[in-house]
Design a protein around this ligand. Structure first.
Ligand SMILES: N[C@@H](CCC(=O)N[C@@H](CS)C(=O)NCC(=O)O)C(=O)O
Length: 147
């Protein structure tokens, strides 16, 4: 099955499954630290820094930012609730591993090494890292994939 391009600027012939999330934003305590972290951690997945304003930065592919980080300080009361889980889709299991390695090298902390998580479904291959603020960041490949 061939899917519509996720964004008009994406090259024809490249099939992407449709995204149901247009963009997501999280607050971070040190924007520069987090821009550096996500620039390195998401590079294996093809994400780049697309837009940068003084207080926010947007990452995406093909010029479409869909993951935003903004300078902010969650209050203590909200700190626990402010910890988010964001899962980025990877094209294959090797990219999941590359994300994990890049994120760890960029200062992330382990929250689950790359591997199958049968608890979700038999071919769910994910890796989990906490970013500098403790957000739970994942790369996942849902497809049965030989590597
Ligand atoms: N350390 C776990 C992390 C799993 C995880 O974070 N799963 C996501 C869903 S894909 C989540 O938010 N789980 C809820 C939780 O951990 O409280 C692992 O390696 O499997």
């Amino acid at each position: 099955m061939r899917y519509a391009r996720a964004h008009p600027t994406q090259p024809r012939g490249v099939s992407y499954r449709p995204f149901m999330i247009d963009h997501i934003g999280i607050q971070v305590t040190d924007l520069e630290t987090s821009v550096a972290f996500y620039t390195k951690a998401l590079a294996p997945l093809g994400y780049v820094l697309v837009r940068r304003f003084e207080q926010v930065a947007g990452f995406g592919v093909a010029g479409k930012p869909d993951f935003w980080i903004g300078a902010g300080k969650p209050t203590d009361r909200l700190a626990k609730l402010a910890k988010l889980h964001v899962a980025f889709r990877a094209k294959g299991r090797a990219d999941v591993r590359a994300f994990y390695d890049a994120a760890m090298a960029a200062g992330g902390t382990d929250n689950g090494a790359p591997g199958i998580r049968e608890v979700y479904h038999p071919s769910y291959y994910g890796a989990f890292v906490h970013d500098p603020d403790g957000h739970n960041i994942e790369a996942v490949c849902h497809d049965a994939y030989l590597d």
